[in-house]
Design a protein around this ligand. Structure first.
Ligand code: RIB
Ligand code: CA
Length: 310
């Protein structure tokens, strides 16, 4: 089986954690690195969490490189920080200090080197700052990238504001550069990711695995479920970021269509909105958007893959 060479750019983040653990348990993928960015929490915490997840998965071959601490247009603070992913960004569990070193290259430099060394798929599940800076420093690298799979944006209603989804809202200037670049993009917006969720039975299943991964996933999803209960009046937890990984495991699982995507950077109320143009069914567009997914099939795969950890 030809494995897909991957870097996951991430702001862990509880749903990032599930996506990362899914990717590291999937033989279809050769995950080379986690590159971190500020988003769900500050860069120090998202980077520590990425190191924690590498140790939890026991995949010590995966390097963790820290990226950008603030958005291209300057730091943004989400006033709800801590409410969604906990104060530490990973559900506020108790962790020992991870025995995983911080890689010595900046995330952007590591991304460029890995792009230069061969076909690379970038899974972007946080704000797109690292990719924006990559394009600023190395404008020609987009043509070398096999594909960018992004969790972000929304066709209709946002989450951090009525208009905007968090990852795009956190750095609209970077997102605008990413969607304007020449690399192929597959976008998983909220209207797709809200079709994928885990319920209390799934949390009980993971807890019942009696493995460190199972326990940690169940424990970190509990506060995330409480957030969903307050915000969405249901405990089912959306698996936003895992959709970007799932796309690489089974290309037929998520139905897609060709679109054009623009990012609002100047609107008073709409800054960070994604305008996903479906009007002309852009068949040969280099940007695809996820449209629908069967949650039961996704959850079965996730349960199977996370059960392989010992
Ligand atoms: O809007 C959902 C996205 O924002 C996910 O990537 C989640 O981790 C948060 O970063
Ligand atoms: Ca994320």
């Amino acid at each position: 089986m030809a494995r897909t060479r991957v870097v996951i750019d991430t702001d862990p983040g509880v749903d990032d954690a599930v996506a990362i653990l899914l990717a590291l348990a999937s033989p279809e993928l050769e995950v080379l690195a986690l590159t971190t960015v500020a988003g769900n929490s500050d860069l120090e915490k998202t980077t520590l969490n990425a190191r924690r997840l590498v140790e939890l998965s026991q995949r010590f071959d995966v390097v963790v490189a820290a990226g950008c601490a603030e958005a291209i247009a300057g730091a943004v603070r989400y006033e709800g920080e801590g409410d969604v992913h906990g104060i530490d960004g990973l559900g506020d569990l108790q962790w020992d200090s991870p025995n995983v070193p911080l890689h010595d290259e900046h995330a952007v430099e590591l991304l460029f080197r890995l792009i230069s060394e061969g076909p690379l798929t970038i899974v972007a599940i946080g704000p797109l700052t690292n990719l924006g800076v990559l394009l600023e420093r190395y404008p020609d690298c987009a043509a070398l990238v096999e594909r960018v799979v992004i969790m972000g944006g929304a066709s209709f209603e946002g989450n951090v504001s009525p208009a905007a989804e968090f990852n795009i809202w956190a750095d609209p200037e970077a997102a605008q550069m990413v969607f304007a670049a020449s690399w192929p993009i597959t976008l998983m917006p909220l209207d797709l990711t809200h079709q994928a969720s885990l319920n209390d039975d799934d949390l009980a299943y993971f807890s019942g695995l009696n493995t460190e991964v199972g326990r940690r996933v169940a424990d970190m999803l509990e506060p995330y479920a409480r957030f969903h209960e307050v915000w969405y009046q249901q405990r089912e937890v959306f698996m936003h970021d895992a959709m970007a990984v799932y796309e690489l495991l089974d290309a037929s699982a998520i139905t897609k269509q060709g679109v054009e995507v623009s990012v609002e950077t100047s609107g008073t109320y709409s800054r960070g909105a994604t305008w996903i143009d479906r009007r002309h069914q852009h068949a040969n567009s280099r940007t695809q958007v996820g449209v629908s997914v069967d949650n039961a099939t996704f959850v079965e795969l996730l349960r199977t893959r996370l059960s392989t950890y010992r």
